[in-house]
Each structure stands twice: as C-alpha cells, then as structure tokens.
Design a protein around this ligand. Structure first.
Ligand code: NAD
Length: 493
C-alpha cells in the first residue's frame, strides 16, 4: 500500500518529503477505501506520485474532526489571540518554506516558478492580514431606549466545506482558509484532483503552527465523489467554492437540497480589457501580456477580450505582437520562463478545441494558435483578430493563453460590448484621462475594475463576481462577512 510520505525530487535538485495521506485531525491518514490516484507533472507528462483519494466516508471523518474542534478546542470561543498567533505562525512558515511550496506548484500545476513565487508571497501576506482581523470581529451596541440593552455579535458559522480549483492551488487555499480561520470556523477543504500536492505540504505547516487538531482538514479527491459529499453534507453549514460556473451552479443546487447550507461562489469570467487612444501604450501592452498570459491564461479574471480604440489599433497590435515574441515559454523550472504549461491534458485539449473553433468561426490568427513543443501541455500565446461578438471565442471562457482583439470607436460602443456577457468578474481600462477612467469604471458590470494595471491584487481589496461570475467576496473585510453570522441579543432591564 502507498506510504503516507514519499520522497520527491524536483527538477532543479531540491528533494522533499511529500505527504500522500488525507489530513484529518492533524494527522495524515490513508483513505478508508484504500483508494489512491496518480498525480502527473503537466510539463513533462510524467507521474510524480500517487496520493490517497477521499471517498464520502473520509469526508464524514473529516467533518467529525472539524465539528469536534469547533465545539471543544476553543478555536471559536477562546481569546482570539490564539487565532492571531496560529495564523501569524502559519504566515511565517509559508515564507520559510516558500521555495519548496513554489516548486511543488510548478511541479503539479505546470506554472512557471516565477509565477508560483508570486502566489506564495501573496498567500503568506494573506494569512498575516487575516491574523490581524481575528481580534477585530466586532458587533454593534444598538440604542433601543433605556428599557433594553440590545447588541449584536458576529459568530462563526461552524464547519465550513471549501472546494478549490487547480489554477492557483496555494493562493486559493489561503483565500479560503484565512478568513474562515480568522473568524473561528473549522474547515474541511478539498483540493482539485490534478493539483493536490502543495496543499498537503501546507497541512504539515498548519500542524507546526500550533493550530489545534481538527480545525483544518485537507483532503484530496474527485468532484463527483468527495466534492459532492461536501456539498450535500448535513453537518457542513457553509460551502465556499471556486471553479467553473457549471459546477458552482450544481453545488448551489445540492447545498439547497441538502441542509440549505450557506454558499459563496467564485466562478468563471470573460473579462474585457479596454484600451483607449489616450493610454500609455507601453504600459497598456505590458498589462495585456500579464492579463492573459500570466499563469498560462488559467486565471478566472483573465483579460480575454481586448477592445482597442481605432486611433491606436495598428500601433498597439504591432507592439503587442513584439511583446508576445518576448514571452519566454517552456520549462517552468527555468528561472527565465514566464509562461509554463497548461495544467492537464484535458485543459490542453479544451484550449486547442477553442482555437480550432475560432478558426472555423472565421476569426484570424494574429499570433500563436498551436502547441509549443511536443512534450508537456504547452500552448503558444494566441491572439485572434477579425472577431465578431457572437463567436464562441469571444463569448465563452477558454481558460488558456488565448485572447481576442476588437477595434472600437466610441465609449458607448465599447461599454455595450464589454457588458455583453453573462459573466462579470473583472475588467481593465487603459487611459490617461481620469474622468474617462472613473466614468467607464462606473459603467462596467464587473466585481473588479483595474485601471492602468491588471490582475493587481491586494489583501485588503475585495475580489469577486457580478452576474454568473458568482457572489461573496475573497479578501478585504468582505471575506470575513462570508464566514460570520450575526446574532442579536436583546436584554430587558
Ligand atoms: P471544476 O469547476 O469542475 O473543478 C473545480 C473544483 O470543483 C475541483 O476541486 C473539482 O474537484 C470540484 N468539483 C467538480 N465537480 C464537483 C461536484 N459535482 N461537486 C463538488 N465539487 C466538484 O472545473 P474543471 O472541470 O477542473 O475545469 C473546467 C473549466 O472550469 C476550466 O476549463 C475553466 O474554464 C473553469 N475553471 C474556472 C476556475 C476559476 O477560477 N474561475 C477554476 C478552475 C476551472
């Protein structure tokens, strides 16, 4: 049977101990079923290891541990300084282990080490930011006259189920764990089946940080089994999900049918990135590159629809093409690589399918449009011109390094096009005119608008969607609202 820890040698020489078990009650344990599954390195197509696969009985065991910890460990009820020190210690440990964590991300996700290091830095910063909230979860004292004392408290929800995707395994883990723990909840978190490794490594750090047993439970497994078991579990009081809109809709339905657990969803997008004649072209081009090729385009808020005003269209396109040629693609462990591989064969096939669809729809390839190399799931940065708004490549989330570019004339025209989407996660605006920037930001239907920047996150700034991009917010004070419920107390004097 599979040992609970295996030695993994990384391509650049580091060797580390990779846990393979389910992390329940601060211990790594095999699945009750004994089942395991294989984890592949998408940049080499070689197997890294097997890990244990959680089935619904394992989810029950994790919920038992989380429920016991919620009731008995004092995590929710003791002086919040316990949570402050747990989260601060976790932030320190993530920084101490940053290089191995980043390397594991590159290994099973395929993202470049350059991108992965940024993710780890942001996740450590977020644990630290959440540590600062633990003792600031206040209620209100409400003046209802001299006959009563009326006040509110914000209490944790209880056992929270969390289901994360494969595009940012560590960062999504921190966005989910941070606010849930800061507010005194306990957690059963399922990682995505293609990227379970770095979360299991983080589980070791959770224990080392002194976070009580059962507060954090991390399981590897598949959506249709372990994910489903979380969505329908009668003792899980809230489910937080990041992933596709279709799966989010399904989870919400299952949550409603089971025990009406609270739901927050961070879903897909097809975000517009608008470039006006009066922008700083050099800066805009750099932002276009980051917005769509960062993380190999596997980003929910990717700026996958570029709208460029006619006066600078030719200049921008020419500079964009030059910048694309400079994007270093390939081995994620090469220090200079910006764009690594896609995460799985399934993603590769899906993206190549969209490229074929774009061509069949009559769009013109301006750059890329094919695989890079023959081994590993790499795709060249791809740009489609000559597109119309009804094409699949303009409407649907591709989730890869594929972007469309469209010419526009007026502000009204581009607002209408930008908002013509069922999604509403993010948008980019490039202009040197502050009045235009504010006016356009006001009129865009998106949870985040970036002006003269893109994918520019801060731990204090909330992130989340309008429309079918979901609801609830990650980071900022808003994330804490997702994990607390208000209790009103009214005392007759
Ligand atoms: P997915 O949404 O199905 O998977 C995300 C997570 O949900 C994984 O942990 C998965 O195991 C889990 N899951 C799947 N089915 C479930 C179910 N029935 N119940 C509970 N949990 C379930 O995404 P995918 O199939 O891996 O990728 C498909 C597409 O989704 C991608 O091509 C992309 O367009 C989109 N996607 C978006 C994001 C995002 O951040 N918005 C992230 C990942 C994928």
């Amino acid at each position: 049977s599979l040992p609970l820890s295996v030695k993994v040698k990384l391509p650049h020489g580091i060797e580390y101990d990779q846990p393979t078990g389910l992390f329940i009650n601060n211990e790594f344990v095999p699945s009750i079923s004994g089942k395991t599954f294989s984890v592949i390195s998408p940049s080499t197509e070689e197997e890294i290891t097997h890990v244990y696969e959680a089935v619904s009985e394992d989810v029950d065991a994790a919920v038992d541990a989380a429920e016991k910890a919620f009731k008995n460990s004092g995590w929710a009820t003791a002086d919040p300084s316990q949570r402050v020190s747990g989260l601060l210690k976790l932030a320190d440990l993530v920084e101490e282990h940053a290089e191995v964590l980043a390397s594991i991300e590159s290994l099973d996700n395929g993202k470049s080490l350059m991108n992965a290091r940024g993710d780890i830095a942001l996740s450590a910063a977020y644990y630290r930011s959440c540590a600062g909230w633990c003792d600031k979860i206040d209620g209100r004292n409400i003046n209802t006259g001299s006959t009563h004392l009326s006040y509110t408290k914000r209490e944790p929800i209880g056992v929270c189920g969390q289901i994360i995707p494969w595009n940012f395994p560590q960062l999504m883990l921190s966005w989910k764990l941070g606010p849930a723990l800061a507010t005194g909840n306990t957690v059963v978190l399922k990682t995505a089946e293609s990227t379970p490794l770095s979360a299991l490594y983080l589980a070791k750090l959770v224990k080392e940080a002194g976070i009580p047993a059962g507060v954090v439970n991390i399981i590897s497994g598949f959506g249709k089994t372990a994910g489903e078991a979380i969505a329908i579990h009668p003792r899980i009081r809230k489910v937080a999900f990041t992933g596709s809109t279709a799966t989010g809709r399904h989870i919400m339905k299952r949550a409603a049918e089971s025990n009406l657990k609270k739901v927050t969803l961070e879903l897909g997008g097809k975000s517009p990135n608008i470039v006006f004649n009066d922008c700083n072209v050099k800066n805009a081009v750099q932002n276009l590159i980051v917005s769509i090729f960062y993380n190999s385009g596997e980003v929910c808020c990717a700026g996958s629809r570029i709208y460029c005003q006619s006066g600078i269209y030719d200049e921008l396109l020419s500079e964009f093409k030059t910048a694309i040629e400079a994007v270093k693609i390939g081995d994620p462990f090469n220090e200079a690589t910006f764009q690594g591989s896609q995460t799985s064969q399934q993603q590769l096939d899906k993206i190549l399918g969209y490229i074929e669809k774009g061509k069949a729809e009559g769009a013109t390839l301006v750059a890329g449009g094919e695989r890079f190399g023959t081994k590993g799931f790499f795709i060249k940065p791809t740009v489609f011109g000559n597109v119309t708004e009804d094409m699949g490549v303009v409407k649907e989330e591709i989730f890869g390094p594929v972007v469309t570019i469209t010419k526009f004339e007026t502000v009204d025209e581009v607002i209408e096009k930008a908002n013509d989407s069922e999604y509403g996660l993010a948008a980019g605006v490039h202009t040197e005119d502050i009045n235009k920037a504010v006016d356009v930001s006001n009129r865009l239907h998106a949870g985040t608008v970036w002006v003269n920047t893109y994918s520019d996150f801060h731990t204090s700034v909330p992130f989340g969607g309008f429309n079918q991009s979901g609801f609830g917010r990650e980071m900022g004070t808003e994330a804490l609202d997702n994990y607390t419920q208000v209790k009103a107390v009214r005392i007759k004097i």
